[in-house]
Design a protein around this ligand. Structure first.
Ligand SMILES: NC(=O)c1ccc[n+]([C@@H]2O[C@H](COP(=O)([O-])OP(=O)(O)OC[C@H]3O[C@@H](n4cnc5c(N)ncnc54)[C@H](OP(=O)(O)O)[C@@H]3O)[C@@H](O)[C@H]2O)c1
Length: 255
């Protein structure tokens, strides 16, 4: 894949995985739009990229606002040309024990993790369909596969993202648009920082970024990593429910 002629929109690019992907892709020659809410951080990252000779544009926008995301996509197109790759990465996490659910908090998470992804896709799908090429990438999670303890909000949001993208794949692949669903395990970012519970096979950010870029370049339909945790999660999918419940209750990833 020749990144030098690609324009990429990365949401959630002010920190963690999104920031890592944006920096790496500009290093490989892509022009990247960095979308997130924290404008100051975005401008700092863009300045760093430009100082290293890369092409980048800060797009300080909230993904929950469909109109603003559309405007951001238009700005990126005006600056560098039509968007070739969308990486819908912006997301938040929340511990939600079933006995202590707060409707507004959960709605807020769903709004970012699900509606934000839908806003990002709808902002770029028209252009990609017209040109008959492009790639949509979702940063979902291994938490999408089955419900985990104290994670009803997060798991359901990621299950929604994966299902949304799977449906898109069926519709868009025949139109020349690749759809890639990434299911990462635990990665060292602000999202996992400070968590005291076990995080098996916790990965360094740089290693995760390298794996995600590889999957995008291969235009993988789905990619789950690290393989050890992905294998355990896949085993959970075919387990009888009583066995799944017994094991899951004893292995909470949230305190
Ligand atoms: N870290 C992990 O272990 C892990 C594992 C599996 C999947 N993931 C997924 O990977 C994605 C990135 O997470 P991360 O670990 O890199 O966490 P992170 O460092 O906290 O980054 C989250 C990014 O999302 C952005 N964001 C949050 N709300 C937003 C909003 N309303 N509008 C626009 N941008 C928003 C944040 O920017 P602003 O605050 O500046 O808006 C930030 O750039 C998430 O979807 C997460 O669920 C992470």
């Amino acid at each position: 894949m020749d990144w030098a002629d690609k324009v990429v929109l990365v949401t959630g690019a002010s920190s963690g995985i999104g920031r890592g992907l944006a920096v790496e892709l500009t290093r490989r020659g892509a022009a990247v739009g960095l979308l997130a809410r924290r404008a100051e951080l975005l401008h700092e990252i863009v300045a760093e990229i430009q100082a290293a000779g890369g092409r980048a544009l800060a797009l300080p926008v909230d993904v929950t606002n469909a109109g603003s995301v559309r405007d951001a996509a238009d700005q990126l197109t005006a600056a560098f040309g039509p968007i070739d790759v969308l990486i819908a990465n912006a997301g938040v996490a929340l511990t939600t024990p079933g006995t202590e659910l707060i409707a507004e908090e959960i709605a807020g998470l769903i709004n970012v993790n699900v509606v934000g992804v839908i806003n990002s896709v709808t902002a770029v799908v028209g252009g990609m369909t017209e040109r008959g090429r492009g790639q949509m990438v979702a940063i979902s999670s291994l938490a999408a596969y089955r419900g985990l303890p104290k994670s009803a909000a997060y798991c359901s949001s990621k299950a929604a993202v994966s299902a949304f993208f799977e449906s898109l794949r069926l519709d868009l692949e025949p139109k020349g648009i690749a759809v890639t669903i990434i299911h990462p395990g635990f990665i060292k970012t602000a999202l996992t920082a400070g968590r005291k519970s076990q995080m098996p096979y916790l990965m360094e950010l740089d290693d995760a970024v390298e794996k995600i870029v590889w999957a995008i370049e291969k235009r993988k339909k789905t990619y789950a990593f690290p393989w050890q945790l992905a294998t355990i999660v896949r085993a959970g999918m075919v387990m009888p429910t009583f066995m799944y419940d017994w094991i899951s209750r004893r292995n909470s990833f949230r305190e």
